[in-house]
Design a protein around this ligand. Structure first.
Ligand code: NAD
Ligand code: ZN
Length: 352
């Protein structure tokens, strides 16, 4: 297979206990490929599992391989695999659904109750040297798309799903709440879908500066104590007196969800991407009487091809999101950087 033949793997044993261990190299099943992993991005959820040991009802109760924003090179093909060959560079769509339930059959496979999603307990992720995955959930990268960009198709796909669910279209005015990786990919996708003016709000000035670089027309610096109704007025002012058609909420913060509703024009749409407290207080009557639709977003379905096309065509440049690079051996340091956000960390990439 060439290269290193160990299978160094990042395993989360329990809250606060992440270890690097050598594991046997897995064998691909008939419909799977064995990948030599190349780039794996760290997501907020990975950090959350490390620091809290759980996200809602998903609890780390047995050792779990971490990581799900990944790309690698095909090292071996199961006997039924026709779409890929050894040496192909691929992005890994991390959730493989059952393919048989109503949700799967109608194309909303992100809602499949039996989806097997990397690094969501008890399912293993792919921060390792070798990893097997269903071949049809691997997307071949053109030569000019790097493996790091391939790994970034995962968060970019969340942005595609969010903008599709929000109905972003030519000329839309857009408010994005939160300028973390997910807010930033939503910005990139909204622009590529033809949005007109985009304003993005966050607490962190350094993240808003990156948002500007990536093409945000206006930024809104928020403070913890800011009043949502007051902020909604500021959004309108920044849009030349118009209210946004759509708001993409990517922080999960209660105050931002309030802002999302109050700021969106009547008849518009708010999509909830951020996942914060399980229950919050929102101006629900305001949304009702102004027919502001509130829609959920859960991961993505059928978004990888679009995300890849955006990157391959050059319409979207995701590289700016990568602020830090580490080797697999430096995984603990990489997680520490992602956790603390030190050095203006946005996306921390691990190279396997
Ligand atoms: P992140 O934590 O890096 O970014 C969140 C941003 O929101 C930060 O920049 C932070 O400064 C800002 N923020 C937090 N509280 C705020 C407040 N009160 N006012 C203004 N800004 C505030 O996270 P991320 O990786 O960008 O992910 C964003 C959210 O999306 C998270 O809640 C994550 O769980 C969620 N997410 C959801 C899905 C889904 O399928 N729905 C997928 C991926 C991520
Ligand atoms: Zn299903």
């Amino acid at each position: 297979m060439g290269g290193t033949d160990d299978n160094l793997t990042a395993i989360l044993y329990k809250q606060g206990d992440l270890r690097l261990e050598n594991r046997p190299i897995p064998e691909p099943k008939d419909d799977e490929v064995l990948l030599r992993m190349s780039a794996v991005g760290i997501c907020g959820s990975d950090v959350h599992y490390l620091t809290k040991g759980r996200i809602g009802d998903f609890i780390v109760t047995s050792p779990m391989i971490i990581g799900h924003e990944a790309a690698g090179i095909v090292a071996k093909c199961g006997k039924n695999v026709k779409n890929l060959k050894i040496g192909d560079r691929v992005a890994v769509e991390p959730g493989v659904p059952c393919r048989r339930c109503d949700h799967c059959k109608t194309g909303q496979y992100n809602l499949c109750p039996d989806v097997v999603f990397c690094a969501t307990p008890p399912v293993h992720g792919n921060l390792s040297r070798y990893y097997t995955h269903d071949a049809d959930y691997c997307f071949k990268l053109p030569d000019h798309v790097s493996l790091e960009e391939g790994a970034l198709l995962e968060p970019l796909s969340v942005g595609v799903q969010a903008c599709r669910r929000a109905g972003v279209t030519l000329g839309s005015t857009v408010l994005i709440c939160g300028a973390g990786p997910i807010g930033l990919v939503s910005l990139l996708v909204a622009k590529s879908m033809g949005a007109g003016k985009i304003v993005i709000a966050d607490l962190a000035a350094n993240r808003l500066a990156v948002a500007k670089e990536l093409g945000a027309d206006e930024v809104l610096t928020v403070e913890m104590s800011s009043d949502a109704a007051e902020l909604a007025k500021q959004v309108k002012a920044k849009l030349g007196g118009e209210m946004p058609n759509v708001t993409i909420e990517c922080s999960g913060a209660e105050s931002m969800i309030k802002l999302a509703i109050l700021a969106t024009r009547s008849g518009g749409c708010v999509v909830l991407v951020g996942l914060g407290p399980a229950e919050v207080t929102i101006p629900v009557v305001n949304a009702a009487v102004r027919e502001v639709d509130i829609r959920g977003v859960f991961r993505y379905a059928n978004c990888y091809p679009a995300a890849l096309a955006l990157v391959a065509s050059g319409k979207v440049n995701v590289k700016r999101l990568i602020t830090h690079n580490f080797k697999l051996e430096e995984t603990l340091e990489a997680f520490e950087t992602a956790r603390t956000g030190k050095g203006g960390a946005i996306k921390v990439m691990i190279h396997c």
